[in-house]
Design a protein around this ligand. Structure first.
Ligand SMILES: [Zn+2]
Ligand SMILES: [Zn+2]
Length: 442
């Protein structure tokens, strides 16, 4: 394997003191800082020849870098080696028995792929491997260092401010958007899976919460559709605090980045009506009245989900806020569907149950290719293994059955899978070799 030193990450406690050394005493030039809002980290790159130093500064007390510095003091944090073929590099390390934090690469900044090697394999140094999106690119692509690893020895799957990602599928264009990030209890997110197994894949903060994205999907074909719409902006500061909402960049921004106006949306399709999926269906106007967020759209909701959401019980009440969907019925833009069916050419809904009784996924097909928006059936790439099922699911054995059926189909058909809540991987493919599943970020 050929590797080039890309950069050296240094966790700092007092930035001005660090600058007094690196900038003033050493006389080095510092690039404009870049924020990784979801990790409360600011990265200051200092070019040194073909490589860089990266000063990592916490921007909030609950930043992983603050935890690292608090525990171990300001010090060397990681080194990053750039390789041409990260998958081959990981395979080679694995064949030699090297302990990895990431068995598969995940998405980094500017389309790069990154993976962390465990410090125990690298003689006490946290090593990040990185592959450029374009292997011939000579220098580090400008942009945020996406993978400032978190606590002691574990890398965090960082929710970098997600760029808009476009995919083509036959005649359809798929655009992955982002409504920002939120935080949920890590234990609840992984159900019966013990923390020592999930924590390396989704490092918790000091309140045991993990970072989740909200990634609605645009489908452009015969019509323009959005599937789910994130949490929206109707909730108050207390709600934002409880869920650690980070909407520094949200759906309005990413829609604009994609060149789409709210008026362009003709169909809004709901996987289900939990607030992190349906909050963005409506907005509060200047008059205080809540109305549909997409003024020209018809909103498609499964009837059983509608009935459950409008008659919540003690177990699911915290997830269903009437303001997110009742105004759609009042405005006459609600269409209830009773069964699996085609919503527009190439786009079908399929009930999965499990998470809620009438939770549905979306199968997208065109030109002999297939993709799936799986919503809370497989919320993140870490939830691909069969028993990794959320504690939130009302009917976990139904989730298990639906997931097994779907994953088999996804492998056989090489389906592109969209992970609505993954903080780093918007979409990927599942492959299986010798009975072992791998996730390949798209
Ligand atoms: Zn849900
Ligand atoms: Zn969800």
């Amino acid at each position: 394997m050929k590797a080039v030193l890309d950069h050296v990450g240094i966790a700092v406690k007092d930035l001005s003191a660090a600058l007094a050394f690196y900038r003033d005493a050493l006389g080095l030039e510092i690039e404009a800082p870049e924020d990784v809002a979801s990790q409360r980290v600011r990265a200051h790159f200092i070019p040194v020849g073909e490589s860089s130093l990266e000063l990592l500064e916490a921007t909030a007390p609950d930043s992983p870098i603050a935890a690292f510095v608090g525990k171990r003091g300001p010090r060397l944090h990681h080194i990053t080696l750039r390789v041409d073929d990260i998958i081959a590099a990981l395979a080679q390390l694995k064949s030699r028995g090297a302990r990895l934090i990431d068995e598969q690469p995940r998405a980094g900044a500017a389309g790069s792929l990154v993976a962390f090697i465990h410090p125990s394999a690298a003689h006490g140094v946290l090593v990040e491997l990185k592959q450029h999106a374009v292997p011939s690119a000579k220098h580090r692509a400008p942009g945020i260092e996406p993978s400032a690893p978190s606590t002691e020895h574990s890398a965090v799957a960082i929710g970098q401010p997600a760029p808009v990602r476009r995919y083509s599928l036959g005649d359809l264009e798929l655009i992955s958007l982002c409504d920002g990030f939120f935080h949920l209890d890590g234990g609840a997110m992984f159900g019966v899976v013990p923390k020592p197994l999930w924590a390396p894949k989704a490092p918790p903060d000091d309140r045991n919460r993990i970072t989740l994205a909200m990634r609605p999907l645009i489908v452009r074909g015969a019509r323009t559709m959005i599937i789910d719409a994130g949490v929206g902006d109707k909730e108050n500061a207390k709600f934002a605090e409880i869920y650690g909402l980070d909407r520094g960049r949200h759906l309005d921004h990413t829609l604009a980045d994609a060149g789409i106006a709210p008026e362009d949306i003709e169909i809004v399709l709901a996987s289900h009506l939990h607030f992190d999926h349906a909050g963005g269906f409506t907005m509060r106007g200047a008059d205080g009245k809540v109305r549909p967020r997409f003024p020209r759209a018809q909103y498609v909701v499964r009837r059983g989900e509608w009935d459950d959401a409008t008659h919540p019980n003690e177990r699911n009440r915290a997830s269903y806020f009437a303001d997110n969907y009742v105004p759609l019925a009042d405005a006459g833009v609600l269409q209830l569907v009773d069964e699996d069916q085609t919503i527009m050419p190439g786009v079908r809904v399929r009930r999965t149950g499990g998470h809620t009784m009438h939770h549905q996924m979306v199968i997208i097909e065109s030109g002999g290719k297939a993709a799936a928006f799986v919503a809370d059936l497989i919320p993140t790439a870490a939830h691909v293994p069969d028993p990794w099922i959320m504690g939130y699911d009302l009917y976990p054995l139904d989730t298990l059955a639906a997931k097994k059926t779907f994953v088999g189909e996804a492998i056989a058909r090489e389906m592109l899978i969209f992970f609505e809540h993954d903080p780093a991987i918007a979409a990927g493919y599942i492959s299986q070799e010798d009975g072992k599943r791998r996730l390949i970020p798209a």
